[in-house]
Design a protein. Structure first.
Length: 455
């Protein structure tokens, strides 16, 4: 265990005990220690670590997974011992106020002045809420999402009974603005959903160009920045994608997941609205919520009821230690960009591998240099398997991503179409430790590629 956790966890637990003791003694239930605890913990740990991937390790570059920062763990565990519920200020006054502060910080980061917003249990729920408000604001209209948008948008559109019109992406995986304009001209679209950092390719939709055309046709703009939102801090470093991030200030609503790039444990998404008046859509008169405070309570502006106050506490503590600035959280994100760019450069010079496209953020997709779709697909599968099955110290964990023959051809990778789509390799470099590890990861992947290609 790190020094942080081993020194601070007991101190924090003791402080919470002391606070509890100040209310007067009582006999806790059950009275004595659990029998069989030793064996149970042993069995549990064997279950937990015996069938798990090493998300913490720089050689894990598969899905969007990493442990939270220790400061977030400290914040979460200490608040969890009290277990406040941020459905209302009265369910946890302290954590409710922390939530309002972190929401104000997020709003400042994206450039919203006035705003309404709150944390959610996930990006999916946050997006659902924004799409629901969009439907309230533009009844009877459809949403427009890119073909590479997160799969939950079409699912949530179905939940809301709203049509989802799918806009094709360009050769960089970004929403095609030309195709969007064609669809906007039909007058059917009430909300355009732009993604800043697609889950698959990490591509950034050109929000700076999307907003003006959406406005011209009276559509709202919702931004799904669940993955990429915190890169707003480093907008100046993002080359072509920088304009999209500085345009966040002009969006109607934005979703950002602190549990993706905000160093938090799962259970922490966020939704922000530029116009606080959307609060009128949340009518609610639950007889169960208690009104000892005059302030608009969080349950009045959220689709969800119970939410972990511990999530707000963890994010609050984290952002006090690492503010949403270049010198704060930015110090964690900047190495991720460098890692992805370094890996991309290594691929350009590689005999066996080639990038599918250049990275906008910290996700890189790549494939073997082959003649046919089936050969690429087979290599991908073999490389993935070989690297994951090696001895622990030699493992590399990657992900795969399906790409159609036409999408590869648009990227000037022309392959014999003996199958319609092929799996290619995908690496998410979302840990700062990746910057020191990419060269080693590249040489292992390249070696495995050479092995597959000659076998
Ligand atoms: C992860 C992700 C989501 C879904 O968020 P959850 O927190 O997993 O529910 C939505 N959109 C994008 C772009 C994502 O990367």
């Amino acid at each position: 265990m790190s020094d942080d956790l081993s020194s601070w966890l007991p101190r924090i637990a003791a402080a919470i005990d002391e606070w509890q003791d100040s209310y007067g003694p009582f006999e806790p239930f059950p009275r004595s220690g659990l029998v069989g605890m030793e064996g149970l913990v042993e069995e549990y740990l064997a279950r937990l670590t015996g069938d798990m991937y090493p998300f913490f390790h720089p050689h894990y570059a598969g899905q969007m997974l990493k442990p939270p920062h220790h400061i977030a763990v400290l914040g979460y565990v200490s608040a969890m011992l009290i277990n406040p519920n941020n459905h209302a200020l009265d369910g946890g006054p302290a954590t409710g106020r922390m939530e309002k502060e972190v929401i104000a910080d997020l709003a400042r980061m994206v450039g919203f002045g006035e705003h309404l917003g709150h944390l959610t249990s996930s990006g999916t729920i946050a997006n659902l809420e924004a799409l629901w408000v969009g439907r309230r604001e533009r009844p009877g209209t459809a949403i427009a999402v890119s073909a590479d948008a997160h799969y939950t948008h079409t699912r949530m559109a179905e939940v809301l009974g709203v049509d989802a019109l799918v806009i094709p992406t360009d050769a960089h995986g970004r929403m095609s603005v030309t195709a969007l304009e064609v669809v906007l001209r039909t007058g059917r679209v009430g909300t355009v959903v732009a993604t800043l950092g697609t889950t698959g390719l990490g591509a950034v939709d050109p929000l700076d160009r999307i907003i003006p055309v959406a406005r011209e046709h009276g559509a709202r703009v919702h931004v799904d920045a669940a993955y990429g939102g915190f890169f707003r801090i480093l907008a100046d470093d993002l080359a072509e994608a920088s304009g999209a991030f500085t345009s966040l200030a002009d969006a109607d609503s934005i979703v950002i997941d602190p549990h993706k790039h905000g160093l938090q444990p799962y259970g922490c998404g966020a939704v922000l609205f530029a116009d606080p008046n959307v609060g009128r859509h949340y009518s609610h008169d639950s007889p169960y919520t208690y009104f000892t405070s005059d302030e608009l309570h969080l349950g009045e502006i959220s689709l969800e009821c119970s939410r972990a106050g511990a999530s707000a506490a963890a994010f609050w503590l984290t952002t006090r230690a690492f503010p949403l600035t270049r010198d704060g959280l930015g110090t964690f994100l900047s190495p991720c960009l460098t890692a992805a760019r370094t890996f991309h450069e290594l691929l350009l010079a590689d005999e066996n591998l080639q990038p599918a496209q250049s990275p906008d953020l910290d996700i890189v997709c790549y494939l073997t240099r082959r003649e046919s779709m089936s050969a690429v697909d087979r290599d991908t599968s073999r490389i993935f398997e070989q690297l994951i099955k090696a001895r622990r110290q030699e493992q590399v964990h990657l992900a795969t991503y399906g790409m159609a023959v036409g999408a590869l051809a648009e990227r000037d990778i022309v392959l014999a179409p003996d199958q319609e789509s092929a799996r290619i390799l995908r690496s998410v470099f979302m840990k700062p430790e990746h910057v020191a590890a990419v060269t080693g990861i590249h040489s292992r992947v390249s070696r495995a590629a050479g092995h597959s290609m000659s076998g």
